[in-house]
Structure formats: C-alpha cells, structure tokens
Design a protein around this ligand. Structure first.
Ligand SMILES: [Ca+2]
Ligand SMILES: [Ca+2]
Length: 176
C-alpha cells in the first residue's frame, strides 16, 4: 500500500474514534450516525435509514474481522489488519460511500451544494480547509455544486489502497 493510502486509512481510525477513547467501539458508530443524521434532518427517511444501516454494517464487518482478541474493541494494532486487507477496506466502504453521498442531496436532483457537503464532512470530523480543497478538486459547476456520483466515487477512491494522487488526499492534513 502506498504512503497516501496508508495515511488515508490512519485518518479513518482517528475520525471514527468518535468518542475519543483511543479504540474503535460500537458507540463510535452510533455517535457518527447521530451526527450525520442531525445534519441530514431534511433527507428522506429511507436515505437516513440507509446511512444508519451502512454504518452499523461497517462496524459489524470491522468487529467480526479485526477484533482478534475479542474484547469488542478495535485497537490501533488490530486496525492495521483492515488497512492491509485491501479487499475488506474497499468493500466495506462502498455501501457507506453511496449512503453518505445521497445524504448530500436531500431534494434528489443528483447535485450537492457546497454548504451541505461542508456540514456532512465537518460532522465526520474533517477540517474545513481540507474539506474545501476536496470540494474544489471535485470540480464544482458554475453554481458551486458537484454530483452525488462524483462524491460517491471519491469516497470509494479514498478507500482504495492502490489509488494515489486522488482528490481524497486533500483530506489528510499536512501535519498528519
Ligand atoms: Ca472509540
Ligand atoms: Ca480488540
């Protein structure tokens, strides 16, 4: 795995430790769901449910495959298995990518406005300058919008170990 992909994966661990206790646990994923759904209050119920399902599935996959000492927690050491398992890394992210991108489009026109993108990505825990760079890298149209498809693909790329020099690299802070 390239350096960029490794950094992207390491950032996932940091951000998904929502309760900040240094390990990934079930509560982290509940909290993340809550934060994202708070931003997406105006999204259709089915889209909100899809996001909740994708995150609960995400945790299920992580805990079933990475929790080698079976304590119900994923330590940073255990998480390395995820980073090195390229297949698991990509597949787990696909459903989440789709569900998250759709939350960016509450009116269903297939387009995501910058403020909505900012709110959702801030809820995940990314930093504003990094989010802005990412949005710009996606090539917004004259009305400052990107498509749901472009974002979903961007999230999948973020989780693809072989990808280098992608828009998602903008999310990794310089100092990380
Ligand atoms: Ca945690
Ligand atoms: Ca564990």
């Amino acid at each position: 795995m390239g350096h960029e992909a490794f950094q992207r994966a390491a950032l996932v661990f940091t951000l998904f430790d929502t309760n900040g206790n240094g390990v990934l646990d079930a509560e982290d994923f509940d909290l993340m769901t809550e934060r994202l759904l708070t931003v997406a209050e105006d999204s259709p119920a089915a889209d909100r449910q899809a996001l909740a399902d994708s995150l609960s599935r995400y945790w299920q996959v992580l805990s079933e495959t990475l929790d080698t000492n079976r304590d119900g927690l994923i330590s940073p050491e255990e998480f390395r298995g995820f980073v090195l398992n390229t297949e698991l890394f990509g597949v787990t992210a696909a459903a989440f990518a789709e569900a998250l991108a759709v939350l960016g489009d509450p009116d269903g026109d297939g387009l995501i406005e910058r403020p909505r993108f900012l709110s959702l990505m801030t809820a995940i825990g990314f930093e504003k300058p990094n989010i802005e760079s990412l949005f710009n890298a996606f090539g917004p149209d004259a009305e400052d919008r990107i498509t749901v498809g472009v974002w979903a693909e961007g999230i999948r790329d973020y989780y693809s170990p072989e990808k280098v020099g992608i828009p998602g690299d903008h999310l990794v802070p310089e100092s990380f």
